[in-house]
Design a protein around this ligand. Sequence first.
Ligand SMILES: NC(=O)c1ccc[n+]([C@@H]2O[C@H](COP(=O)([O-])OP(=O)(O)OC[C@H]3O[C@@H](n4cnc5c(N)ncnc54)[C@H](O)[C@@H]3O)[C@@H](O)[C@H]2O)c1
Length: 342
Amino acid sequence: MVDMVKPAFRAAIVGAGYMGALHARVLAEAGFAELALVVDPSPAAATLAGQHGAEHAPSLDGLVGRTDIDAVVVAAPDRLHAEIAIALLDDGKSVLLEKPIAHTGAAAQAVVEAAERSGGRLLVGHTVRFDPRYVDLAQAVADGELGQCVHVTAGRLTHAALGRRVGAMTNTALHLGIHDIDAIQWIAQDPIARVHAVRADGGLTGGAAPEDATFCTVELASAGVGHLFFGWSRPDDWPNPIDSRFEFNGTAGVGRVVSHDDGGMVYTTRPRYLEAVYGRVTNGVVTGAHYETLRHFFTALTTDAPFVVEPESAAAAVRVCDAIARSLETGQPETVSHGGNT
Ligand SMILES: NC(=O)c1ccc[n+]([C@@H]2O[C@H](COP(=O)([O-])OP(=O)(O)OC[C@H]3O[C@@H](n4cnc5c(N)ncnc54)[C@H](O)[C@@H]3O)[C@@H](O)[C@H]2O)c1
């Protein structure tokens, strides 16, 4: 913990629900920045701000134009990301924007352009880029250890409760699949060119979300095919929040990440797998991939180093979501428009 040194940055958090509160905790524990302001219309956000000695504002009007705040973490609902990020980037702020970069390919392109003209910088929080297992696998592929892609599988399943909580402002592709879509394009170093998607709805979210799960075949632009799966279709007492899988089958070998149990469990009448990677807490302090995301953001701002996630690659993942949405509508395979706006 860096608790003796005054942080170099004054930060705001926009959206103080589950992720915003986690980011606030990491900022307080790690000392990357002083949390000066929490922006969220919810009364609970005022309480969170008070706990951290920060001001509270119900809307962005309380943040835009303030010159005493230089960095902003945005953890508002998915559908609001583009509008909020563009306002902040045009105000010269540096922004750590939770995934997805935007809710449509066109909006994602607008965010990319805002980042290009801004005096601030944009990192999109694709947490898998900070999961050491995926990072090592990406390196093995980049080093040519596994040869050329033959087929690739990626996906994640989580509790139906998440779909009931956030489903009105997003869908399974944008909220969950975005991680796996990005992982395929990043690790295989090849854009997804065509998708054919179907969805399942057993009413698990009571209609709060557009579907329970989505399944999708993919064709990569250069070499390889694959499939994606993502859903909030696990029972709420499933023993871990994210059950994810990534498998790259290449001409020279196979690389795999299976997050099923992370190697530890507590077995009682409510069994649970022990969290090892994402919201990992060690000796009372958050130390996992969410911590690493914030550390990277503030370190790269300090040193001027490049971010590991370029805005354009985050936008490319959303363009695949657009094609998935079109395929769900038409029932046909759909081409991904990687040329820019969809
Ligand atoms: N990187 C990851 O692994 C990861 C994990 C979970 C969630 N997320 C992302 O984090 C974001 C937040 O997810 P969550 O689970 O915390 O959701 P949440 O519903 O718990 O929190 C969202 C918060 O945003 C607030 N909000 C609504 N409208 C707002 C506005 N106009 N301005 C400011 N705040 C507003 C809500 O009051 C709420 O407090 C989502 O974009 C989600 O995709 C990322």
